[in-house]
Ligand binder design. Structure first.
Ligand code: NAD
Ligand code: IPM
Ligand code: MN
Length: 355
């Protein structure tokens, strides 16, 4: 069978703890459900690596990554080094360099998961966020003048392009078309941010005309935040800018039980570059090193990766195994109200996969 090369950047904090379990689950799933060999190329790029070498990745790091079929990412970020180094030398440039313009973040209320909202049934919250991942509020445009003086000025500019808006919206509509409810909600703040998000709205009006079979509408982000709490079941596919997609996916994770369950795919749809798969959460310094992080977000992200690699049977098996473990409710990490460990949870998923 063919061999697929996967670059693994476990990173900082709970990153290595959850990625270890994601690799175990992926191996178990592939072994039984999809005929392929996975080659895991572990790269030590992290805060510790930075402290030793003075950079987050070696000078040929990007070329090296390109030789892989996919990237599995844990998280970066450590209280001892500013995020403008850890996050800004590795994670954010990766999304831009590899043109991973689709950041797909599903949120699903699994059976057996305690929901903070009253009366929600399993499966009732089932949404996909399509977060624009290469421009918008995260565009590396801006600067600081006269640092540390009373005259100090900072400029941070959001950048929206017609092409950038159009391609993420089309990805969202294409996905909505394949779902039963066929509904897209575009989330902006164009009442205040009239230029950038004015362009976003104009492009949305153009794109939605090509999808008459999909129900579509716009919602302002403040109202959307409220509705994600008040009536999350009304959302199907959400398309949002980089910053709003970031914020709303911590919210959609919370209403579906825990950020420890929230997976994501950073996809380069043209396949010119490798796509990257990571949990929505960060390095969680507050719980790192204690072996209590929930690995299911990372495991589900590995499932999204297998799907992207064409191993759909193994991908589906991972989702089913996670759903079964949660439904059974015997193994719960602290974020789900239990006292089991990261390894306990990984073991449960592997056992479910092995049948
Ligand atoms: P975080 O997502 O790391 O943690 C937020 C809260 O959620 C914490 O209370 C944490 O304990 C909890 N949590 C997160 N993942 C969990 C899991 N799997 N199981 C159980 N609980 C979990 O966000 P933060 O604290 O704002 O950020 C910490 C660092 O991570 C920062 O440096 C930040 O920049 C970075 N970060 C990195 C990424 C990434 O690399 N993709 C993503 C988000 C944040
Ligand atoms: C995420 C993270 C990152 C983001 C941070 C670390 C810059 O919060 O992946 O959700 O905002 O994209
Ligand atoms: Mn985030």
């Amino acid at each position: 069978p063919s061999s697929l090369r996967i670059a693994v950047i476990a990173g900082d904090g709970i990153g290595p703890e959850v990625i270890e379990q994601a690799i175990r689950a992926a191996e178990a799933a592939v072994q039984r459900y999809s005929p392929a060999r996975l080659e895991w190329n572990r790269l030590p790029w992290s805060t510790a690596y930075y402290k030793k070498h003075g950079h987050m990745l070696p000078p040929d790091g990007w070329d090296l990554l390109r030789e892989h079929d996919a990237i599995l990412f844990g998280a970066v970020g450590d209280p001892s080094v500013p995020d403008r180094i850890t996050v800004h030398e590795l994670l954010l440039p990766m999304r831009r360099r590899f043109d991973q313009y689709v950041n797909l973040r599903p949120a699903y209320l699994f059976a057996g998961v305690p929901c903070p909202l009253v009366g929600k049934k399993p499966g009732e919250i089932d949404l996909l966020v399509f977060r624009e991942n290469t421009e918008g509020e995260y565009a590396p445009v801006g600067g600081r003048l006269y640092p540390e003086t009373p005259a100090e000025v900072a400029v941070q500019t959001a950048l929206f392009t017609r092409r950038g808006c159009e391609r993420i919206m089309r990805a969202a509509f294409e996905a909505a078309r394949r779902r039963p409810r066929k509904k897209v909600t575009s989330i902006t703040k164009s009442n205040a941010l009239i230029w950038g998000m004015g362009l976003w709205d104009a492009v949305f009006e153009d794109v939605r005309r090509d999808y008459p079979d999909v129900q579509s509408h716009s919602l302002l982000v403040d109202a959307a935040a409220m509705d994600l709490v008040r009536k999350p079941e009304t959302f199907d596919v959400i398309v949002a800018s980089n910053l709003f997609g970031d914020i709303l996916t911590d919210l959609s994770a919370a209403v579906t039980g825990s950020i420890g369950l929230a997976s994501s795919a950073n996809i380069n749809p043209t396949r010119e570059y490798p796509s990257m798969f990571e949990p929505v959460h960060g390095s969680a310094p507050d719980i790192a090193g204690r072996g209590i992080a929930n690995p299911l977000a990372a495991i589900l992200s590995a499932g999204l990766m297998l799907d992207h690699l064409g191993l759909s049977a193994a991908a589906e098996a991972i989702r089913q195994a996670v759903a079964a473990v949660l439904a059974e409710g015997k193994v719960r990490t602290p974020d789900l109200g239990g006292s089991h460990t990261t390894t306990d949870m990984g073991n449960a998923v592997v056992a479910a996969l092995q049948g």
